[in-house]
Design a protein around this ligand. Structure first.
Ligand code: SF4
Length: 363
């Protein structure tokens, strides 16, 4: 099958990478160290989107390791995921929503990933016991929806995806299931060349409403191949919604972000969230944009949209909840609102806070 061949041909090693990038001896040693902690995988399809003549190419930054990843500041679990784990691989942070870590594999290991502690590494935190997960969900009828995440949920085998969806669709109080995947962006053939996967998704869709949540970060990722994979999912009656991460050097420009949101709306991948990049070790130094600057970029991008393209929220996934970043006041402070909250007393709470011009997160 085409996508399996593409996975076999991924660029994974320093030697593979040196076909495209030149390193001196010191750089080679430092990149090798980074790859020990944060593996690389780049499908040839995604590689074809990179302009290797441009060291500042935004697509390259998303896929190819940088020496900036050696910076040890930050945290590997910025949202407190370990504290919210109720069964191995299942998190229950918000009352109505559970989240399953279904695999530690992805088609591509994004350099800005907030789950660097997990992706491509040993899989202790991954959901293996579907029976235990089904039992927990069945006992908690306040849970109305499950996000099947990873890693990349569509990097599971078709058989395992079917088993997960069979477990979830059998639970009467679940209203819908979300599938989190970046394959429409990084490996669209996973969807377009595998009719059996579409059959699995289509059968589950007959039993329960499914949504697909994906992550396009730059307008050049919205290719005809990507659009075809989104279309194949939409044709099953599964809406596709997109979460973009605001990233320095990638989409930190109102025109670039605005163009991305326009293209996404045009292919039916509705803009859902723009996320503030988290202070993840090996990520924050390279990719975080300060909150005030982020707000101006997002507002500029929003001004280029109509209707659906404006319906997303600009949020930070904080340890205390999902906090919407509403805007700046004239006195140096900013206004925020709890969109989701771990402590339900915070739900909907609006608050203002002093924010320094270079501040990109808060404790
Ligand atoms: S696909 Fe998602 S989970 Fe996987 S590396 Fe990229 S951002 Fe991380």
């Amino acid at each position: 099958m085409k996508w399996k061949n593409e996975m076999r041909e991924c660029v994974r090693t320093l030697e593979d990478l040196e076909e495209f990038v030149c390193y001196d001896d010191s750089e080679r040693a430092r990149i090798a160290e980074i790859l020990e902690r944060a593996p690389m995988a780049v499908p040839r399809y995604y590689l074809s989107l990179i302009d290797f003549d441009d060291p500042e190419d935004p697509i390259r930054k998303l896929a190819i390791p940088s020496l900036l990843e050696a910076d040890p500041s930050g945290s590997l679990d910025t949202s407190g995921e370990a504290d919210n784990t109720v069964v191995n691989g299942l998190q229950h942070k918000y009352r109505e929503t559970a989240m399953m870590l279904s695999t530690n594999e992805c088609a591509m290991y994004c350099r800005h990933c907030f789950r660097k502690r997990l992706v491509g590494l040993p899989d202790e935190g991954i959901a293996r016991d579907l029976e235990a997960i089904g039992a927990y969900l069945s006992e908690h009828d306040e849970i109305t929806n499950v996000l099947v995440s990873g890693g990349d949920a569509l990097l599971n085998s078709n058989e395992h995806i079917a088993a997960i969806l069979d477990t979830l669709t059998a639970i009467p109080h679940l209203d819908f299931i979300r599938i989190a995947t970046r394959v429409p962006v990084t490996l669209p053939s996973r969807i377009t060349s595998d009719g059996a996967l579409l059959d699995v998704l289509g059968r589950a869709r007959e039993k329960k409403q499914l949504f697909m949540v994906t992550q396009f970060d730059h307008p050049r990722e919205v290719t005809p191949e990507a659009a075809a994979s989104v279309r194949a999912v939409l044709d099953l009656g599964i809406p596709v919604r997109n979460q973009t991460v605001l990233l320095r050097g990638v989409n930190d420009d109102p025109e670039v972000l605005g163009s991305l949101l326009q293209k996404l709306t045009s292919i039916g991948a509705e803009p859902y969230y723009v996320f503030q990049c988290r202070p993840v070790t090996g990520v924050k130094n390279q990719f975080q944009v300060p909150l005030k600057e982020g707000c101006r970029i997002v507002e500029g991008a929003k001004a280029m949209q109509n209707g659906i393209g404006k319906s997303f929220r600009y949020c930070m996934s904080h340890v205390t909840g999902k906090i919407e970043i509403l805007g700046e006041l004239g006195d140096g402070s900013m206004v925020f609102k709890y969109h989701e909250a771990k402590d339900r007393r915070n739900l909907g709470r609006v608050f203002a806070r002093e924010v320094a011009d270079d501040q990109a997160w808060f404790e």
